[in-house]
Design a protein around this ligand. Structure first.
Ligand SMILES: NC(=O)c1ccc[n+]([C@@H]2O[C@H](COP(=O)([O-])OP(=O)(O)OC[C@H]3O[C@@H](n4cnc5c(N)ncnc54)[C@H](OP(=O)(O)O)[C@@H]3O)[C@@H](O)[C@H]2O)c1
Length: 260
């Protein structure tokens, strides 16, 4: 994808202040891309360890007007974006019978699902007029493949990301825009460092970012990273409910609240 362009790649990333978003920012910075980096924590964005061209946006992705303004600023400065990555996301345990958890449920959906739509929306018309490889990248999760105990909100939000991105893929394919869904397995980031259960195939975040960038280059429609987790995910999807229920009857229940 880089070799095909004479000008620098323009990449806009939400959730760039930490974990996967920050690693993707480092990956694209190393390729000489000009970056739009968005998160709520200005200090964390400023502390990203690379030089080069980037524009920082301190924005909460649930503030759709501010998100659109950040996108408009990036488009005005750079003439558009070649790659837009919606990586901002939160994870927490929720239980349907706990009255307070309805608020967490709504917040997880607002950040993980609605904000993914709000991230892509301001770029679509400009991308349609552009030429060359164009990518909208949704960060889903292996958690979106089957429901897990105590994780109803997170699992449902990531399922929604997968199916939303699939709809968008069909809508935008006549315009030459590829919609790429990346479903991470367990990646070593601040999000997973809170987990108190075994995490199979845990992957260092920089290796994840390199693999994700290759899938984005290729315009792959859907990729689970790391690949062994992709095999597990496929098997889980095929498992009949009666076997799935028996297998996961004693799995730990996800806990933890959404950070304010
Ligand atoms: N790590 C994994 O194993 C794993 C597995 C599957 C899927 N994922 C997904 O990958 C994505 C990134 O996760 P991560 O592991 O990198 O987690 P992380 O290290 O906790 O980073 C989350 C990022 O999202 C941003 N964010 C959260 N709420 C936001 C809001 N309201 N407005 C703007 N930015 C917001 C945070 O920025 P600020 O705090 O600065 O706002 C931070 O940059 C998420 O969508 C997550 O669900 C991760």
């Amino acid at each position: 994808m880089t070799a095909a362009r004479s000008r620098r790649l323009r990449v806009f990333i939400t959730g760039a202040s930490s974990g996967i978003g920050a690693a993707l920012a480092r990956e694209y910075a190393a390729r000489g891309a000009v970056l739009g980096l968005l998160g709520r924590r200005t200090d964390a964005l400023r502390a990203l360890p690379f030089s080069g061209d980037h524009h920082l946006y301190t924005v909460d992705v649930t503030d759709h007007a501010a998100l659109a303004a950040a996108a408009a600023d990036f488009i005005a400065r750079e003439g558009g974006a070649d790659v837009v990555i919606a990586s901002a996301g939160v994870s927490a345990g929720t239980l349907t019978e706990r009255p307070d958890d309805l608020v967490d449920f709504a917040r997880i959906f607002a950040i993980n699902v609605t904000a993914t739509v709000a991230t892509f929306a301001p770029f679509v018309e400009t991308m349609k007029r552009d030429t060359g490889p164009r990518r909208l990248v949704a960060i889903g999760s292996v958690a979106g493949i089957r429901g897990m105990k105590g994780a109803g909100a997170y699992c449902a939000s990531k399922s929604a990301v997968h199916t939303y991105a699939e709809s968008l893929r069909l809508e935008l394919q006549p315009h030459g825009i590829r919609v790429v869904t990346i479903a991470p397995g367990y990646i070593d980031t601040p999000m997973t460092r809170q987990n108190r259960f075994p995490m199979p195939f845990l992957m260092p975040v920089d290796r994840f970012a390199a693999a994700a960038a290759r899938a984005i280059d290729a315009g792959t429609s859907y990729r689970v990273i790391p690949w062994p987790m992709g095999v597990v995910a496929k098997l889980l999807r095929l498992l009949p409910n009666v076997l799935f229920d028996a297998l996961f009857a004693h799995a730990p229940t996800k806990s933890g609240k959404v950070a304010p």
